[in-house]
Ligand binder design. Sequence first.
Ligand code: FAD
Length: 380
Amino acid sequence: MNRPVADVLIVGGGVIGCLTAYYLSKAGQKVTVVESDAIASGASGTSGGWLTPYSHKYDPAMLALSPKTLELHRELSNILPEETGIDHGFEETPYLRCALTEDGAAELMSWQADRANEGTAMRWVSPEDARQINPWLTADTEGALLSENEPTLDSYRLTLSAVQAAEKYGASVVSGRVTGLTRGATTRHATGVTLEDGSKVAGGAVLLAIGPWTGACSSWIGSPLPVKPQRGQMVYLARPEPDEGPELKSGFSAVELSGSVIRKRLTNTTVGATREDVGFDRSTTEEARDFLLSQMAKLSERVLSARITGQTACLRPVTPDGRPYVGRAPRWDNVYVAAGHASEGIHYSPVTAVAMADLIKDSTTTIDLAALDPSRAGSS
Ligand SMILES: Cc1cc2nc3c(=O)[nH]c(=O)nc-3n(C[C@H](O)[C@H](O)[C@H](O)COP(=O)(O)OP(=O)(O)OC[C@H]3O[C@@H](n4cnc5c(N)ncnc54)[C@H](O)[C@@H]3O)c2cc1C
C-alpha cells in the first residue's frame, strides 16, 4: 500500500526524531515519523535525563553547542507543557563532583581550571559545605566541585510530548521497520522508504534518526555510518519518605568512582550507568546493579538503604570519534542523518533537531555542524 506523500519522513521515534518532527511540523512541514517499535522505546525513554556536556569524554566541538541547546531546553520546558499538557520534569539543579583522595582533588581542580578558561564557572567547596548542599553525602571527602546548574528532565516524557505536539501540528506516526530507501530517476534522490512488509512510504526528504541501529543505514545510502550500540544499565531508587531521611538535593559522583546519582523532579532517583559492549543485548544483570550501587555507596550510605524501584538497560549510539553524525548524507540531495549522540543525546537533542529542521526546510542553518558532518565517516 502506498501512503500519502509527506514533505519529510523521519525514520526513528527517539528524542532526535521526535524533536525534529516537532520543529518541522510547527514550521508548517508535513511530517511522518516511522518507528519500528514504540515512540521512545530506545535510550530516549530510559536515559538519565541529565543535561550536561560533561557526562563522559569532553569534546570542544560539542561543547560549543551546549549553551544553545540549554537555551532551547529552557524554551521547551515552558512551551511543550502548554502545547501538550505533559510536564517533562525539567529542573535547574546543582551537581557535585566529589574527590575521595588528594589525587582526586588535584585532578578535579585542574579540570575546573580548564572549564574556567572556557568560561564555565564551577566552585570548589569544602567537605562540610558539600554535605550541607547535599545531605545524601555521607563519605569523608576531600571536598567537591560545585556546578551551580546542570538541569535534569524525564526524557521519556520529553520525547512523548515532542511527538504529541508534532501531531497537533499535523505530523503522523507510522508503525513499521524501515529496510531501505526508494529512489527517484537520479540515483542520489530518495522518494521515500521501504518497510519490512514490502510497503512503501513516500516523502520529499528522509531523515535517518535510528540511534544505535544506524549502522544498518550504511547499505541504504552506500556510505559508511559506523554507529555501534553500547549498553547502559541504570538502577532506580524511591525518594525517601519524610521519616526516612533527607531528600536528595543535587546529583553527585566522585572522580575516583564509576557512575553518578541523578536527582529527578518527577520520577525516581537514578543511579547510572554502565558502559558495556554487548551488541544489541538489552537485558539487565544483577552484576551491573550490584556494581552501580556499591560504587555510589562509597559516597552515600543512603544509596544502599533506599528502596530499589527498578532497573533498565538501553543502548547508547556510539561513533568511532565520539561525535554524532548530523547533516546531509554524503552525495544525497535529500537524505539526512542525525545519530550517534552517545551519552549526551538528550542534552544535545534540541540543538540537533533545530539544525536538522533548518537544513531540511531551508537547506542551511546558523548552527555550526562542520565537525559533525556525516561524510567524515568515509574518510577515516
Ligand atoms: C543508560 C543511559 C543513560 C543515558 N543518560 C543520558 C543523560 O543523562 N543525558 C543525555 O543527554 N543522554 C543520555 N543518554 C544518551 C541518550 O539517551 C541517547 O543519546 C539518545 O536517547 C539517543 O536518541 P536517538 O533518538 O538518537 O535514539 P533512540 O532513542 O535509540 O531512538 C531510535 C529509534 O529508532 C527506532 N528504529 C530503529 N531501527 C529502526 C528502523 N529500521 N525503522 C524504524 N525505526 C527504527 C528505534 O526503535 C528507536 O525508537 C543515556 C543513554 C543510556 C544508554
